[in-house]
Design a protein around this ligand. Structure first.
Ligand SMILES: Nc1nc2c(ncn2[C@@H]2O[C@H](COP(=O)(O)OP(=O)(O)OP(=O)(O)O)[C@@H](O)[C@H]2O)c(=O)[nH]1
Ligand SMILES: [Mg+2]
Length: 282
């Protein structure tokens, strides 16, 4: 884990972005926080509570198609017990669109109360979408807008600008860049988010991170690994990745198994759901 502690997951642009986001939040009636269903606790950075205080808050979980379903159901209940009405979707399908637009358009805000008292028609609502990088914030907005209005790509840090997007005449949403917690007290949280793809792959210590991933898989989802790669989990992580490399025919120039390639492949396949539906929070 020591190498994972040294990842620079909080570059200067994130610090600047937090300042801009705080300005945008002031212009909004509420915030939509997107969490990753595969890490429904670790994927909400603590700073979000500080900068969104006093605002109406809507929780949406992305990637529910990739999460361990029975575990995720129980984890959702813990949010319901705290008084939230969490939503969970595969945001790439259009299913989220209607329930979310209905819910957001009819949510009572402080401004609505004022307008109602004065007998005026209700004003359009503005929300901002917040969350860690690559969690699906722009996909969520596109799903609601029914068009590609926000930029989507499977790499963290895609959104830099924060355009206000027209969803309907009653609903506008700001996109926002993804932000991680400046300081994770529990470093396994940032390691999980790195495994899930919220930290740029180029800056990751791949051996340490994939050892962390394999240790978790061995203790929580051993059959998923055995079935997908046809390997035994008896040895240490280095031996397992070497075995996977041999089975896949990944050879380095000298003809020895290319474990680094196997490590990157397993990471990529876990992210894509090819090892089955996996949750990293307990
Ligand atoms: N399987 C699955 N993939 C999703 C879901 N939501 C988003 N994605 C994928 O996740 C990747 C990142 O999506 P974006 O919408 O760009 O994420 P973002 O939060 O806007 O990312 P940044 O702007 O980089 O912070 C894309 O490849 C999406 O297709 C989902 O619910 N399920
Ligand atoms: Mg984005």
């Amino acid at each position: 884990m020591s190498e994972i502690n040294e990842i620079n997951w909080f570059p200067g642009h994130m610090k600047k972005a937090i300042g801009k986001i705080q300005e945008k939040i002031k212009q909004c009636d509420g915030v939509i926080e997107i969490g990753d269903a595969r890490a429904p606790f670790s994927s909400f950075p603590d700073y979000l509570d500080r900068i969104t205080e006093g605002k109406v808050k809507v929780l949406v979980f992305s990637k529910s198609d990739l999460a361990d379903p029975s575990l995720f159901r129980k984890q959702l209940d813990t949010y319901k017990e705290k008084g939230f009405e969490p939503f969970a979707f595969d945001l790439r399908s259009s299913k989220a669109s209607k329930p979310m637009i209905n819910y957001l358009s009819t949510l009572k805000t402080k401004a609505d109360e004022r307008y109602q008292r004065l007998g005026f028609p209700l004003p359009p609502k503005r929300f901002i979408v917040l969350g860690i990088p690559n969690v699906g914030k722009s996909t969520f907005i596109n799903c609601l807008a029914g068009k590609k209005k926000a930029e989507v790509e499977n790499r963290p840090g895609k959104t830099r600008a924060e355009p206000l997007i027209h969803v309907s005449d009653k609903l506008f949403i700001f996109d926002a860049p993804g932000i991680l917690e400046p300081n994770y007290e529990d470093k396994t949280e940032i390691a999980k988010l790195a495994v899930l793809g919220s930290v740029k792959t180029e800056i990751l210590p791949i051996v340490a991170l994939t050892d962390f991933m394999m240790d978790y898989l061995k203790s929580h989802y051993p059959d998923n690994v055995k079935n997908r790669y046809n390997v035994s989990l008896e040895g240490n992580d280095a031996e397992i990745f070497k075995d996977i490399a041999s089975k896949r025919g990944f050879l380095s120039n000298g003809g020895t198994p290319d474990s680094d390639r196997a490590r990157l492949m397993v990471l990529k396949e876990l992210r894509a759901g090819e090892l089955g539906r996996i949750t990293l929070d307990e």
